[in-house]
Design a protein around this ligand. Structure first.
Ligand SMILES: [Zn+2]
Length: 451
């Protein structure tokens, strides 16, 4: 193969050193770093992921998200082909209808490496994983560790609505190979590019991330701007004012940084794509629907960017308490858009959320449908996506607005900022957020319980 050399850090060497020296011990995590090597060819993503494990649990458990998220698919989308533990071929089993990979850990050995070989089939689909209008949206396509909490793996049941996601933060090294005709949208730090005749390999390195995701298309245009010492990229196919969109992204990132704390990432990338909902957030990257309605587009963009702070800066169990990060992001989005459009936007948006909730309740009464208005419940308890949206987005915004009314905006942001810096790159909960308020904690708890 003729090699057109551009730039390459010695990936394999760095990766080997990285996983020997880079991992800190953490009893609560199955692994703290990963090396992902993946290739996109035709409609298949194939490769391996290596996890450097350092825990004493009996077995390792990994999410095979595509097999759950596309539960109705006639065949499993993510296939595990081989597993090795410390270079020895290992048995493995798929459990929970093929949604999880279970591997027995070596006995009396705390530190070991698991390498999993996988193949993931991409279908025409405008969701998190699939080909939509010529754009390959690739997320959750490889085995991802479950959270290990108090010695127990946290299982999330996969649902058609919400983000049934709960993952530990990991340091990642990635090599991604795909046909050279594709432009790749990804927010991870680039550590090199190697061009071959027909293919290109991109190398990435990023600390404390939940997972690696990217989009790729032959038709992507990109607008890129510096944001302080960081960089913001926007990838799009349809007609889009790239300059103004990137300026909007930078305004949002500035707002969240000033109000909450230093951004969790060096770079941010946004891919504008055909997408089934408003968008989806990943570490340093998000996909936003190419809505023709400009205000809807900017709203979704501001919301997905807020997730860099809550979901990908501080994480939470999005299956058990999906409202938590969604509500915080709704609150931040409304605050930012108030500054962007003018001060009364926040009040209007709170009014919209309140009428959406009361309108849904009234519709349920009219149609004789039971309405469960409880906020803190897991995704499997929602009857449909409408109920999920009205509770996890609208009602949760009303909750955070109610807390703000109790303590004042200044104290609310002080607590949010404290919560962010205390739990950055960790998973945390509503209770831990309440404990970050300097006063009125009992009153806030009462408000939360009343929702
Ligand atoms: Zn969201």
């Amino acid at each position: 193969m003729k090699k057109i050399f551009v730039f390459l850090l010695v990936f394999s060497l760095i990766s080997a050193v990285f996983c020997v020296s880079g991992c800190k011990k953490d009893e609560e995590q199955l692994a703290t770093c990963a090396i992902l090597d993946v290739k996109l060819q035709n409609q298949v993503l194939s490769g391996s992921v290596l996890y450097n494990c350092n825990n004493g649990s009996e077995y390792s458990l990994f999410h095979l998200y595509p097999n759950g998220i596309f539960l109705n698919a006639p065949i499993l989308t993510l296939t595990v082909t081989q597993v090795f533990i410390d270079d020895q071929k290992s048995n493995f089993e798929l459990v929970e209808e093929g949604c999880y990979l279970k591997v027995q850990n070596p006995k009396n050995q705390k530190n070991f490496k698991i390498i999993i070989y996988f193949e993931t089939l991409l279908k025409e689909d405008n969701g998190r994983l699939g080909i939509a209008n010529g754009i390959f949206n690739c997320a959750f396509f490889y085995p991802i560790p479950c959270v290990l909490q108090n010695g127990e793996y946290q299982i999330t049941r996969y649902t058609k609505w919400g983000d049934p996601i709960y993952q530990p933060f990991l340091d990642m090294e990635v090599s991604l190979t795909l046909p050279s005709v594709y432009v790749v949208a990804c927010g991870f730090n680039s550590s090199g590019v190697q061009l071959f005749e027909e293919e290109t390999t991109y190398y990435y390195s990023e600390k404390k991330v939940k997972s690696f995701a990217f989009s790729a298309s032959e038709s992507f245009s990109v607008t890129s701007k510096k944001w302080g010492n960081k960089r913001v990229n926007c990838y799009f196919i349809d007609e889009l004012d790239g300059e103004n969109t990137v300026d909007f992204i930078i305004s949002a990132l500035n707002f969240y940084t000033q109000r909450v704390g230093e951004s969790p990432r060096e770079n941010f990338s946004v891919a504008v794509s055909d997408y089934s909902s408003g968008g989806m957030e990943y570490s340093a990257f998000c996909v936003v629907k190419n809505s023709k309605d400009k205000s809807n587009f900017l709203y979704a963009l501001a919301h997905e960017l807020a997730h860099q702070w809550f979901a990908h800066g501080v994480g939470n169990n999005e299956f058990a308490h999906g409202y938590f990060d969604e509500g915080l992001c709704e609150y931040l989005t409304a605050k930012f858009l108030s500054e962007y459009y003018g001060k009364n936007y926040y009040g209007l948006y709170i009014g919209y959320a309140a009428s959406a909730l009361s309108g849904y309740k009234a519709a349920c009464t009219r149609l004789n449908i039971e309405f469960n208005g409880k906020l803190a419940r897991d995704l499997s308890s929602f009857k449909n996506s409408e109920e999920y949206v009205v509770i996890a987005y609208r009602k949760s915004l009303l909750l955070f607005n109610e807390i703000e009314k109790e303590v004042g905006e200044k104290k609310f942001f002080e607590a949010l900022s404290k919560f962010y810096s205390k739990y950055k790159y960790k998973n945390a909960s509503m209770e831990q957020f309440i404990n970050c308020f300097s006063t009125k904690r009992a009153k806030i708890k009462k408000i939360v319980n009343s929702f």
